[in-house]
Write a protein that binds this ligand. Structure first.
Ligand code: GLA
Length: 497
């Protein structure tokens, strides 16, 4: 969801801290500035309250997320605490300021100077009353799960106009566009602020959003953008708070086709009970914008979003926190989606987050599992890698048309787990032509010999045709379902009829 390390961008080198030994008052609010190559200066705050030996506090990351300081205590002259995500803070007075050293559980460290500021500076703006709930109409979009690319997983704040143009080029030249990928989506860090009329203005990384949209459209593709219902995005950039109608009109004027709308700092102002109303406000504004704009809700699975997202004209909604490019994160998300299957269907989809295929943190078998599982789940297929330099192996996974056909099946029924046996999970998904997609997933690190009666997935007899979607070959139907060896963390994906 958030990576202080990623977003702080402090220099990891030179950690020698010359800490002066002096007792000083650390109570109050302290700000750490961060100058980004986008021209933005972002703010992170530390709040500390000390009563004798007792210390407590919190960290407001990117002016967006307030997270508690856990186990805060004095250690000599230092105050030490940690936060979720295994970030370990060591704070020490240095003149009128605080010297802050952060070490990360996963390795690495950062150092920064925090200056005292009045508490009012980090206060959230006044709450605007949420609109009265009503049911918005379906916008007619995303009849099958949206397919495209999003900048966040690979580029984070390094996304700019050039990356987006080159990605559009690569989407076409790699064959991905022909395989069905269409949205080229800019995630967080494109925003500068607002002009005198309150219009949202991109920062220097995006000199002309309309021209960029024209370019992407000239390739036969569509352009997506990102914002938050809060005053700032998760990365600390300008949000949409109080400018919903105006921003929707701006997006339409630029030629934007897709909006990912990320809760972030709205959580400082509203409660989970307000989620639906706040997303409705933007769904309504998009509906009146005069342009077809896919509405992607990003709220990390909070507030039982799947029960109401279609009523705010939502086309997809995040069901989990942020994915990471490793087996543990991907498999934990992917194999825990089955209970949400009843909520997916044409026009409205569960979103277990964007793809990590090709980003380097998983094996080829694990990436095939990732892509197969997301396709079985009727998930949006948003590539999250660098399309400009991907290997042929990565492209062959992302552009596997047999697997994409499962994801994009017109029936729109999401897979459920049929059974689990010794760490092998078999998931099935009914398809529009009466066929069944069957995924045999091996969650064990070692390869497994599989072989199950067809009855275990509800078939009375062996099917007449069986296609192996990774070998791209029809295989002779066997007396049992997949008499096969499944690689460790691997998959055999079949289409049977
Ligand atoms: C949140 C979202 C991510 C990404 C970042 C950008 O963490 O869940 O997908 O958009 O914000 O700051």
């Amino acid at each position: 969801m958030r990576s202080l390390r990623h977003l702080l961008g402090f220099h990891a080198a030179g950690l020698a801290l010359a800490l002066s030994a002096q007792a000083a008052d650390v109570n109050g609010v302290w700000r750490m500035d961060e100058h980004k190559n986008s021209g933005a200066t972002l703010h992170n705050y530390i709040v500390l309250r000390q009563h004798g030996e007792h210390v407590e506090g919190s960290v407001l990351e990117n002016s967006s997320w307030e997270i508690p300081a856990l186990d805060a205590r004095l250690e000599g002259d230092d105050i030490v605490f940690h936060t979720e995500g295994d970030w370990n803070f060591r704070v020490r007075p240095e003149g009128a300021n605080l010297r802050v050293l952060i070490t990360y559980g996963g390795g690495g460290s950062d150092e920064a100077l925090a200056v005292p500021v009045p508490a009012s500076e980090m206060a959230a703006p006044a709450r605007l009353d949420p609109p009265t709930l009503r049911e918005l109409p379906y916008n007619g979009l995303a009849k099958t799960p949206p397919m495209g690319w999003n900048s966040w997983n690979h580029f984070a704040e390094r996304v700019d106009d050039r990356v987006v143009r080159e990605t559009a080029d690569a989407m076409v030249s790699s064959g991905m566009a022909a395989a069905g990928y269409v949205y080229v989506n800019i995630d967080d860090t494109w925003e500068a602020g607002r002009d005198a009329q309150g219009n949202i203005v991109p920062n220097r990384k995006f000199p002309d959003m309309k021209a960029l949209a024209d370019y992407v459209h000239s390739k036969g593709l569509k352009l997506g953008i990102y914002s938050s219902p809060g005053p700032v995005t998760c990365g600390g950039y300008e949000g949409t708070y109080g400018h919903e109608e105006q921003d929707a009109r701006t997006y339409a004027a630029w030629g934007i086709d897709y909006l990912k709308y990320d809760w972030c700092s709205a959580g400082r102002i509203y409660h989970n009970a307000d989620l639906r109303a706040i997303y409705q406000r933007m769904g309504d504004a998009l509906g009146r914008s005069g342009r077809d704009i896919v509405f992607s809700l990003c709220e990390y699975g909070m507030g039982d979003v799947w029960t109401w997202a279609p009523k705010v004209s939502g086309n997809l909604w995040r069901t989990t926190g942020d994915i990471e490019d490793n087996w543990k994160s991907m498999s934990k998300i992917g194999f825990n989606q089955g209970h949400l299957a009843p909520f997916a269907g044409p026009g409205h989809w569960n979103d277990p987050d964007m793809l990590e295929v090709g980003n380097g943190g998983m094996s080829a078998d694990e990436y095939r599992t990732h892509f197969s599982l997301w396709s079985m789940l009727a998930a949006p297929l948003m590539a999250g890698n660098d399309l400009r330099s991907m290997s042929a192996g990565t492209r062959d996974i992302l552009a596997n048309r047999d697997v994409i056909a499962i994801d994009q099946d017109a029936l729109g029924r999401e897979a459920v787990r049929a059974f689990e046996d010794g760490g092998v999970e078999v998931w099935t998904r009914p398809l529009a032509d009466g066929a069944l997609a069957v995924g045999i997933f091996n969650r064990n690190a070692d390869e497994k010999q599989a072989g199950f009666p067809w009855a275990r997935i509800g078939l009375a007899a062996a099917p007449t045709t069986v296609r192996d979607l990774w070998r791209h070959a029809d295989v002779a139907p066997d007396a049992s379902l997949c008499t096969c060896v499944v690689a460790g963390h691997g998959v055999v994906l079949l289409r049977v009829k």
